[in-house]
Design a protein. Structure first.
Length: 693
């Protein structure tokens, strides 16, 4: 099928090329890095394609559509052209037909090797180009370019050398050719299969940078296709992992893929040419190469683990718990030293227990063939949501909205915030570990990079030393009571201090809520936020009227529980409504070409009328049933943020702003149906009925 598709494109290209002598939307010229060169030199030739605004040409792998630019050289004897060096392309929407290409301009660089026996004189270099240029439509283009090169006794740069040098900087690097490996995530019985791509080099682990975005642009292959969609599992430089989907057309599953790893960080965008060997699930234990055992390496790794755990105490995600521990020190300053020591050891035991559980979980993942990494639990939706709810309760408790007694269902949060017994110390250690895991302190990444390539026993030992480092300050203070005298004496100020501690904990809630957005849809994130606010209201009712009140405490308790349970159930089970796909003209054309009607909603979050139309006349049961009956495609054009493409489309339909709902009939010859700004259900149903005929 893929071969037939290529033949179709090639035939269509040839027919259109015959009908069009040359396209006027792209201008081409040939530039050289030198105007005079010596025999034996290599001169860089640049094919400069300059496109009109909004037009684009394609990369060597055009993607789901398009065609790569072709160059046919006409060179004198003694000059040999090398392979085209392609600058880093852009990934172009729509998502349904993703392509890779260039907008505005591009310089394709080709090395020209001069023979050592070339005679002095002028040489004429020529090249014929064919390309496909696209905007709202695609037009084949062709052109011929030429330039003169002088062969002499010395090399002299040309006036265009700066142009070529600037585009050389945009070429993918070759410094990471073997830095990645791939692992099939699971067996498959069909023609698609998920692939995990991970870096296997721990170099630079002490500078663990989080990239803004990561993607893999594949080279073209006739037997398989690496699809454009990407799921980034970890964007840290020392632990870079992403999931791509491979679709097989013929033959066996690939043992290696090649392409460009594209990274954006701090406003910079760069790529690296990579060749990625692929192994089956379970055949590799980690993304890092397994290093042979040596005592110096082990001792160094454990030292870094302890130091990294120690520094975790001052990382932003652990600071709130640090404050709580200091609060606990103050409360215990008048107690017997033996009790403080026991609590210090129990706190350390809570941390050690938590780290050993985490190490066991990562070892199980490793043995099962998955990629094990620090902070992997933060990729779990339920863990992140649960931590957000827990830390919210802790914040509200510190602010004094409610108190938690031993008999309460919220006993764990109480133990953390104001209980000073063994249970509180142990849970304090557990929560400190949970909050510390997402942080990556200096020295810690080096220890983890070492541990993940080692046997399970070394992993357990490394995690134990991280735990000891995290617990060390607490143990030192509780085992040296003389140090506690430097802390302030207990007094009324402690109530104010407790409230003040609620603010850094509230910052942690915000951070956790931001993480939860990675797991929730736009609508779900809104309702989860409303649930947290409702939880705060319920906590206030519980504290004010149940714990501190004297009348109708049962009614207040019932209201509080109903608020939490009701809003929680609604937020969890709320119907998500219509499944919208992202609007693009290509998506509209594709659906209509396949014989389906299309409904496009041009909307924005700030448009009140849009939201009213959606809830009263579009995303309702009768309309949903009609859309299913017609197999209609629903597309969303989100104008919340300024988008020139959507703005032009609104203007095309005679509107300068949203709302706008357009229904395209399945008959491609029929005109689109433009609905009025204020909708009623019957208006939408009538339009869909007409569109389905």
């Amino acid at each position: 099928m893929r071969t037939l598709l290529k033949l179709f494109w090639a035939s269509a290209f040839a027919i259109l090329l015959t009908a069009s002598a040359n396209a006027a939307h792209t201008q081409v010229r040939l530039v050289l890095s030198a105007e005079t060169a010596r025999p034996g030199d290599t001169v860089l030739a640049g094919l400069h394609l300059k496109m009109e605004p909004e037009w684009h040409t394609y990369w060597k792998n055009p993607g789901a559509a398009g065609m790569a630019t072709e160059i046919k050289w006409q060179l004198p004897p003694g000059i040999t052209a090398g392979e085209i060096q392609w600058p880093l392309p852009k990934k172009m929407p729509p998502e349904e037909v993703t392509t890779y290409g260039y907008e505005n301009e591009v310089v394709l660089i080709v090395p020209l090797k001069l023979a050592a026996d070339l005679k002095p004189g002028l040489l004429n270099l020529k090249a014929d180009l064919k390309w496909l240029e696209c905007k709202e439509q695609c037009i084949p283009g062709k052109g011929s370019v030429e330039a003169t090169l002088s062969i002499g006794s010395e090399t002299k740069a040309s006036s265009d050398v700066a142009v070529i040098e600037s585009w050389k900087d945009k070429l993918p690097r070759h410094d990471a050719a073997s830095a990645f490996r791939g692992t099939w995530e699971k067996p498959t019985s069909d023609d698609t299969r998920p692939l995990i791509i991970a870096n296997q080099s721990s170099s630079g682990a002490d500078k663990n940078i989080k990239y803004d975005s990561v993607d893999f642009y594949p080279d073209a292959n006739d037997q398989f296709e690496v699809q454009a969609s990407v799921e980034v599992l970890s964007a840290f430089s020392a632990d870079l992992r992403l999931r791509k989907v491979v679709k097989k057309f013929s033959g066996d599953w690939p043992k290696e893929i090649s392409g460009v790893m594209v990274i954006e960080a701090n406003g910079q965008r760069f790529g690296s040419e990579v060749k990625i060997p692929i192994t089956d699930k379970g055949s590799v234990s980690s993304p890092h190469s397994s290093a042979p055992f040596s005592w110096p390496a082990l001792l160094s790794g454990l030292a870094f683990a302890f130091l990294g755990g120690l520094i975790l105490n001052i990382m932003p995600c652990v600071l709130p718990v640090i404050a709580l521990k200091i609060f606990s020190f103050v409360k215990q300053s008048g107690e017997e030293p033996g009790r403080a020591r026991r609590l210090g050891l129990i706190y350390a035991l809570g941390i050690l227990f938590s780290f050993l559980v985490l190490a066991g979980f990562l070892i199980a993942l490793q043995q099962a063939g998955h990629v094990a990494s620090w902070g992997v639990q933060m990729q779990n939706k339920n863990f992140v949501l649960g931590m957000t709810i827990l830390v919210t309760l802790v914040s509200l408790n510190l602010f004094g909205l409610f108190e938690v007694t031993l008999g309460s269902a919220m006993n764990a949060a109480s133990n953390l915030s104001n209980k000073s017994g063994p249970g509180g110390a142990f849970f304090n250690g557990v929560l400190a570990t949970a909050l510390a895991i997402p942080c990556t302190a200096p020295f810690l990444t080096t220890a983890l990079a070492f541990a993940f390539g080692q046997p399970p026993l070394i992993i357990l030992l490394t995690f134990s030393f991280i735990a000891l480092g995290l617990a060390a300050p607490y143990i030192v203070l509780t085992w040296n009571p003389k140090l506690l005298k430097f802390l302030p004496k207990p007094g009324a100020w402690m109530n104010y201090f407790k409230i003040a501690l609620g603010f850094p904990m509230l910052m942690t809630v915000i951070w956790l809520y931001k993480l939860s957005l990675n797991h929730l849809t736009k609508s779900q994130s809104l309702w989860f936020g409303i649930f947290l606010v409702t939880l705060g209201l319920a906590a206030w009712i519980w504290g004010e009227f149940v714990q501190r009140g004297s009348r109708r405490r049962g009614l207040a308790a019932m209201i509080s529980l109903i608020l939490v349970a009701g809003m929680g159930a609604y937020a969890a089970t709320r119907h998500e409504g219509l499944k919208w796909e992202r609007w693009s003209q290509a998506a509209v054309d594709k659906a209509r070409a396949e014989g389906w009607p299309v409904m496009v909603d041009f909307t924005a979050d700030w448009c009140v009328t849009c939201q009213v139309n959606l809830r009263t006349s579009i995303d309702i049961q009768r309309v949903r049933e009609k859309l299913v009956e017609l197999h209609a495609v629903t597309l969303l054009a989100d104008f919340t943020v300024q988008d020139e493409t959507i703005g032009r489309e609104l203007h095309r339909f005679g509107r300068d702003a949203v709302p706008l709902v357009v229904v395209f009939p399945k008959n491609t010859n029929a005109e689109p149906i433009i609905l009025p700004p204020v909708l009623k259900p019957q208006i939408v149903l009538d339009a869909l009925e007409r569109a389905g005929k």
